[in-house]
Each structure stands twice: as structure tokens, then as C-alpha cells.
Design a protein around this ligand. Structure first.
Ligand SMILES: Nc1c(NC[C@H](O)[C@H](O)[C@H](O)CO)[nH]c(=O)[nH]c1=O
Ligand SMILES: CC(=O)[C@@H](O)COP(=O)(O)O
Length: 161
């Protein structure tokens, strides 16, 4: 289902495990920081809402989405139960968009395969800034909220497996 038909911030809160015993790392790209800050706020507030103590949330900033790969790899080493990688890539004039998006996607996928700490893909890959605004606390909700829910569920799965 496309985001346009689905508010990312609407979910059954009773279906989410208690996250009070889990630690989370959040790596945030500085590119398009007004968007990434909105995504971070959505993710942070959702983790807090589900019992995570603020002292159990570690944040690192990286220059751009491509650096989310290395930043997330190092965050996996920080005794956390899940990592959330937050970025916003917006189409420009050249093919650079394609390579950044593909590189980050493959890099974060690889981290999930190679290491035993889940990394949640919270990277917007949008055609324009309005699409990013709409998905970081706008009319389509907040993908940061969606990512935090996924992080809690994956931390639980890792703990039980
Ligand atoms: N154009 C965007 C970028 N580009 C920068 C790259 O992510 C990277 O930092 C650079 O190539 C150096 O390695 N990054 C974004 O996050 N969003 C963009 O729209
Ligand atoms: C995703 C990018 O790197 C892109 O926004 C940069 O813009 P441009 O393709 O015009 O150089």
C-alpha cells in the first residue's frame, strides 16, 4: 500500500511490546536537516511513548545519508538492541540521487546481514521536498514513528530468537 493511502503514524499501540529494557541507537543525516529532525522527533517520541528511557537512546549525526552506513555499523557496536538510520535524499539535477539511494539501501541491508543488531531503514527517497515534508510529520504522518515501531519489534524478535 502506498504511503499516500496509509498514515504512517497510525498503528495499534497495544500491539507493541514493552520497550523499557531495550537500548536504541539513532544515526541522523545532516543533509535536509529540517526533514531529518522531524523524522528523529517522531522516532524519539515513539520510543519514549513505549517505555524507553531517554538514557537508553544514543544519537549520532553524520554528514549525509551515504554516511549512515558507516555510522550505523559503528552504532551496532554500542551495546544497543536496534539501530535506526535516518536520512532524506531528494532528487536533484543529476543521477547522484540514484547512486546515493541505492548505496544506502544496499549498505544498510548488508549491515543487517553481517551483524546481529537490526538496522531500521528510515531514509526518505523523494522526488521533491514536499513529499519529504508530508512524510516527516505532515499529511502522511511520520516515517520516524514507523521506524521506531519497527525497531521495537525487531529488538523484541532479536531478544527472543
Ligand atoms: N543529495 C543528498 C545527499 N548527498 C550527500 C551524500 O549522502 C554523501 O554525504 C556525499 O556523497 C559524501 O559521501 N545526502 C542526503 O542525505 N540527501 C541528499 O539529498
Ligand atoms: C541526492 C543528491 O545528491 C542530489 O540531491 C544532489 O543534487 P544534484 O543531483 O543536483 O547535484
Amino acid at each position: 500500500m502506498a504511503t499516500a493511502n496509509n498514515n504512517l503514524s497510525e498503528y495499534d499501540k497495544t500491539s507493541i511490546p514493552d520497550a523499557s529494557n531495550y537500548r536504541f541507537g539513532i544515526v541522523v543525516s545532516e543533509w535536509n536537516d529540517t526533514i531529518t529532525e522531524g523524522l528523529y522527533n517522531g522516532a524519539y517520541n515513539t520510543l519514549i511513548e513505549h517505555g524507553v528511557d531517554e538514557s537508553s537512546i544514543k544519537r549520532w549525526d553524520v554528514p549525509g545519508s551515504f554516511e549512515l552506513i558507516y555510522g550505523s555499523k559503528k552504532m551496532q557496536e554500542q551495546m544497543v538492541d536496534a539501530v535506526i538510520a535516518i536520512g532524506c535524499v531528494i532528487q536533484g539535477e543529476t543521477k547522484h540521487f540514484d547512486f546515493v539511494c541505492e548505496g544506502v539501501t544496499q549498505g544498510i541491508k548488508d549491515l543487517n546481514v553481517i551483524n546481529d543488531v537490526p538496522v531500521i531503514f528510515c531514509v526518505l527517497t523523494d522526488n521533491n521536498q514536499q513529499q519529504s515534508i508530508d512524510r516527516s510529520g505532515g499529511i502522511h504522518g511520520n516515517k520516524g514513528t514507523e521506524a521506531a515501531v519497527a525497531a521495537i519489534k525487531m529488538a523484541e524478535l532479536r531478544n527472543k530468537s
